[in-house]
Write a new protein. Sequence first.
Length: 406
Amino acid sequence: MILYRKSWSIYISGRKWITHILAVCFSCCMLIGKSFSQTGNIKFIFGDIKQFCIAVIVFFGFYILFDVAITLLYVYINEKSEEKEKSIKIKWIEEHYFAFSFLCMLLCWSPYILCYLPGSVPHDGYWQLNMAFGINPLTNHHPWVITFIYGVVMRIGRYISDNFGIFMIVAIFTVIEILCYASVCNSLKKWGASKKVYIGTLVFFSVVPAFGGYAQAVIKDNIFTALLALFFIIYIDICIQHGKNIEIKKMVILFLVGMMVCLSRNNGVYIVIPSMVCLILYVQKERSRYVILLICLMVCYQGLEGYVAPQLGVEKGSVKEVLSIPFQQTARYIKEYPEEVTLKEKKAINDILSYDGIKENYNPEISDFVKNTFREGSEDKLDEYFKVWFEMFLKTSNGIYRSYIK
């Protein structure tokens, strides 16, 4: 009872508008997630009046839980930041925050790496290694540059053993990823962010399993995410200094990291190019330099993908890889409204995908089962498919939205 009263008094005195907003956001996410987890759609929330009332009660339950927890955490962090700093250790950390961040993440990620020694190889990583060694055809289905790097490192490691080759890949990519995230933490500190922000960011990268847990896996998504974070840290730094003359060195680094983002995942280019266009519109000084940088980036990327890759025997990846979302939406429509699909629509879909296959294999959380029914060589029929997709969208956009959320 004493603990409850003390916690309640801290909560009442420490409430802020930001804690309420965060609690609302987390509660909405939990409610939507629960709905899809339980029913596969949003009927848990909007099924009928009775169900809506239940959802409102659940929402307020989550809200109270999150609001109290976030407020107590907020008060605790504030109190800790106001305590007198212990000079020697704190001073070293403040002066070497990049190194401190690197060591913290390395320490926190090590249990995952040690538990899974020499490292796990998921399906995508296994496929890339097979391509690197000529077992599977070499295509750009997965980014070919990463595939080549996997192959080189694995060949070196195999002089000792296959397992050591896997460990070398995991170790090298883990170090690169930690360097990227340490740069994020260090940049926040340099920009003058409050202690709770840059320490909180370090804690986030160190303890959230999505980072350390995946570091031990041979998969392209890890390095892509880390490089993307580094790209935007450099990008934001340039935006902050947009009224000043930016060093050529920083622009070269932005170019190199942007190229690595584009080459580490096939959809990376769709993030980097629009971001560079926005940067050109935003900067006030030396705009022509950024235009040249963008042109160089596009020319280099196209040169690597359009000329170098074919010369190395890399075949183009399938168009199905960029159509996961519309394919999933089509599959959900067929699953939920089979009686509304006309013969014309069925034919247009079946020309692109296996109609019966996607109806049976649709998984709202994984697109592979649907896109793997794509009929290669049917690209010329995509126009007709998209007409049907849009007609379905107009008939019932609700199902389309739900498949996108999933």
